[in-house]
Design a protein around this ligand. Structure first.
Ligand SMILES: C[S@@+](CC[C@H](N)C(=O)[O-])C[C@H]1O[C@@H](n2cnc3c(N)ncnc32)[C@H](O)[C@@H]1O
Length: 251
């Protein structure tokens, strides 16, 4: 059986530079247009509502994970088709929609306040989602509160999340949700831009539950240059539950 720990290798694509931005990604008015780097027909128009706050803006780490998903798709065509993916803290929904446009079956989750905008973005991009047969839907999932068993999730599940590590008071609830998903043997792709020293506390918590692999250099050629001081730059991590480390997975 295929295991998420064995993601195929990916070469950095051209144009993977993500700049030095650490705040929300700017939009033209309230619409952010995402044009796929590798697949010329991938275009998503994402509605944002910046004035409403954090969940209604697009954050930069998601672009690194979008590029990773696209590079994997370009180098291993059809890889995402039918894959079951759940996004935590989806905000406006770009990341989950890119995975769906590449063929994955994606549940985007966030607090209830995000529902209307995410569902509008799903509707507005239904043509792009159809290209590779992917699907997207929204579900409320409050970290540390929603019982993930109630979501009737499939067994082979990839969790994706971008820019969800920021407020210290969210570390515990987020780690509880990730622990519950890890018990179901779900693997995680986490894109993170370090803005605060306290972010390291979250990663210490994660290391008790998951083995972690820094995949940034697979997608960003410049990654090694800023490895010692990655403040303000997006990094991409793969987390797999300690009970299923890659060596066990291969056994
Ligand atoms: C910085 S935003 C990132 C949004 C999106 N992933 C992106 O990259 O553009 C963090 C997201 O986490 C969500 N969030 C915060 N606390 C949460 C909680 N307790 N449960 C679920 N989602 C939460 C917010 O609503 C917001 O959408």
């Amino acid at each position: 059986m295929e295991r998420w720990a064995e993601l195929p290798e990916v070469e950095p694509p051209e144009g993977a530079d993500q700049g030095d931005s650490i705040g929300p990604v700017s939009t033209n008015g309230n619409i952010f247009t995402y044009i796929g780097a590798g697949s010329c027909c991938l275009r998503l128009d994402i509605l944002t509502d910046q004035q409403k706050g954090i969940a209604f803006q697009l954050w930069p780490s998601s672009l690194l994970l979008c590029k990773y998903a696209e590079a994997l798709h370009a180098q291993h065509p059809g890889y995402w088709k039918g894959k079951k993916v759940l996004e935590l803290g989806c905000g406006v929904g770009l990341l989950g929609l890119v995975f769906a446009a590449l063929g994955a079956d994606v549940i985007l989750t966030d607090l209830l306040h995000a529902k209307d905008l995410v569902e509008a973005n799903i509707r507005n991009n239904c043509c792009a989602l159809g290209i590779n047969g992917g699907r997207a839907s929204f579900n409320e999932l409050a970290w540390g509160q929603t019982n993930v068993e109630r979501l009737q999730l499939p067994n082979e599940l990839l969790i994706i999340a971008a820019d969800v590590v920021y407020h210290q008071e969210l570390f515990k609830p987020l780690s509880l949700t990730l622990a519950a998903l890890g018990q179901r043997n779900a693997h995680v792709l986490l894109a993170h831009t370090r803005r605060w020293k306290h972010d390291t506390r979250f990663f210490k918590m994660m290391r008790k539950l998951f083995s972690m692999r820094d995949m940034t250099s697979e997608i960003d050629e410049d990654a090694s240059e800023y490895a010692s001081n990655s403040m303000g730059r997006a990094r991409l991590f793969q987390l797999f539950p300690i009970t299923s480390s890659p060596s066990e997975a291969k056994a």
